[in-house]
Design a protein. Structure first.
Length: 159
C-alpha cells in the first residue's frame, strides 16, 4: 500500500467518524424529542381520563334526574346503565360519608378536653367555695423573702 492509498483511507475514516458523530447527535435529539412527546401523551391521557370521568358523572346525574322527574323508570334502564348507576351511587355515598365524618369530627381548642382525655385543663379548675385556689394570686406573697432564704437563685443563706 502506498502513501496515496493510506491518505485516501484516512479521509474515508475521518468522513465516517463525522457521520457517526452526526448520527449520535441526531439520536440524542430524537431521544429528547421522544421523551417530550411521551410526557405530552401521558398528560393528554390523564386529561382524557378526567374528562371521561366528568362526562360519566354528568350522564349519571342526568339519568338520576330523569328517574326523579319520571321521564324514565328503572324498568327502562339497560343492564349497563343499572351497573353504572350502582357504581356511581356507591361512590357518591362513600364520598358523602367521608365528608360527614370529616365535618363531624370535634374541633378542639387548647383548653378543650379531647374525647377520652381525663386530664384537667386550666380552664376546668374551680376552687372550692371559700377554699384556696391553686392559681397564682395577685398579692406577691410568694415573692417575699423568708428568714433563712436567699434572694439569689441558688437558695443559699445570705449570711
Amino acid at each position: 500500500m502506498d502513501q496515496k492509498e493510506l491518505d485516501q483511507m484516512r479521509k474515508v475514516v475521518t468522513e465516517l467518524m463525522k457521520e457517526l458523530k452526526a448520527m449520535a447527535m441526531a439520536r440524542t435529539t430524537v431521544d429528547a424529542e421522544s421523551y417530550i412527546l411521551k410526557a405530552k401523551i401521558k398528560n393528554r391521557e390523564k386529561e382524557l381520563d378526567h374528562k371521561r370521568k366528568v362526562v360519566k358523572e354528568l350522564e349519571m346525574d342526568n339519568l338520576i334526574l330523569d328517574l326523579e322527574d319520571g321521564c324514565r323508570s328503572l324498568d327502562d334502564l339497560s343492564q349497563t346503565e343499572v351497573n353504572d348507576l350502582r357504581s356511581y351511587t356507591s361512590e357518591k355515598i362513600a364520598w358523602f360519608e367521608r365528608e360527614i365524618s370529616r365535618q363531624s369530627e370535634p374541633s378542639t381548642s387548647v383548653n378543650e378536653p379531647i374525647l377520652g382525655d381525663d386530664v384537667p385543663k386550666a380552664s376546668d379548675h374551680v376552687a372550692p367555695e371559700g377554699g384556696p385556689s391553686s392559681l397564682p394570686s395577685d398579692d406577691n406573697e410568694d415573692m417575699k423573702k423568708r428568714d433563712g432564704e436567699s434572694s439569689k437563685s441558688g437558695g443559699a443563706d445570705d449570711a
